[in-house]
Design a protein around this ligand. Structure first.
Ligand SMILES: [Zn+2]
Length: 242
């Protein structure tokens, strides 16, 4: 979805769920660097009797109801945000609804996470197809029918190009980009967030005389900010406030 905008910047999607999962967040840059988190990562999620352990798994029971919000950067620091209520609790169905209603682009979208032995993730992927303004609606409907109701799970190969060939043998690959899990946190960003605090909060941290440990919500990396660094921030803040 990030790459369909053909713009530089970041695309982020968040689901605030009233279900057991609480919150799901993911973002991706135009370079294919993505990251994400779920609020409750250790959710018990037994396979129901009608589910095929090697096939599509429904997540709606833990996700629905809730709201989906999408933030797209528009370059030069501008952002566009839209939010809609979830319609199903299945991530792909909800994103497809969002794209069709909010962006008004005819879309086919399916995403699957397939489990192997010991219920470890064996394969995960997704297919997003959008029609151009002069696109063929019947072709899109045909592809959508093949992807829906667990259809993607049956044809998903380890290589995306192989999945595409199984879905649409006549498709032509014109560009490829590898996606990678890559967090963009840094000590600078942690310091920037400390600068947003009140001077009195920083004064308390200095008085405590212990380093402040900040965990990244997304990659769990720990940043230890030394008392001297906080002292510097405090001095800068006091100076700026006169
Ligand atoms: Zn991080």
């Amino acid at each position: 979805m990030t790459l369909t905008s053909k713009r530089e910047g970041t695309f982020s999607g968040q689901i605030l769920s009233k279900g057991r999962i609480g919150q799901l967040y993911a973002d991706c840059t135009d370079r294919g660097h993505l990251r994400g988190r779920v609020k409750v990562p250790s959710l018990g999620f037994p396979i129901s009797p009608e589910e095929d352990p090697r096939g599509r798994r429904s997540v709606a029971a833990a996700v629905f109801p809730g709201d989906l919000s999408v933030i797209r950067s528009l370059g030069k620091g501008g952002y566009n945000q839209s939010a809609v209520p979830l319609v199903s609790g299945e991530i792909d169905e909800d994103l497809r609804q969002f794209l069709e209603t909010s962006d008004q682009i005819p879309t086919a979208l399916a995403a699957e996470v397939l489990l192997g032995p010991n219920h470890r993730v064996e394969r995960a992927g997704g297919v997003l197809i959008q029609a151009l303004p002069d696109g063929d609606p019947a072709r899109l409907a045909e592809l959508r029918a093949r992807l829906e109701k667990g259809g993607l799970a049956k044809i998903m190969e380890a290589e995306p190009v192989a999945t595409l060939a199984a879905l649409a043998p006549d498709a032509v690959v014109i560009d490829q980009l590898s996606l990678a899990w890559k967090c963009r946190c840094s000590e600078e960003r942690v310091l920037a967030s400390l600068r947003m605090l009140e001077a009195t909060d920083l004064a308390e941290m200095i008085a405590a005389e212990v380093p402040v440990v900040v965990d990244c919500d997304l990659c769990a990396k720990k940043y230890e900010i030394q008392v001297d660094q906080i002292r510097q921030l405090f001095a800068q803040m006091i100076k700026a406030e006169g």
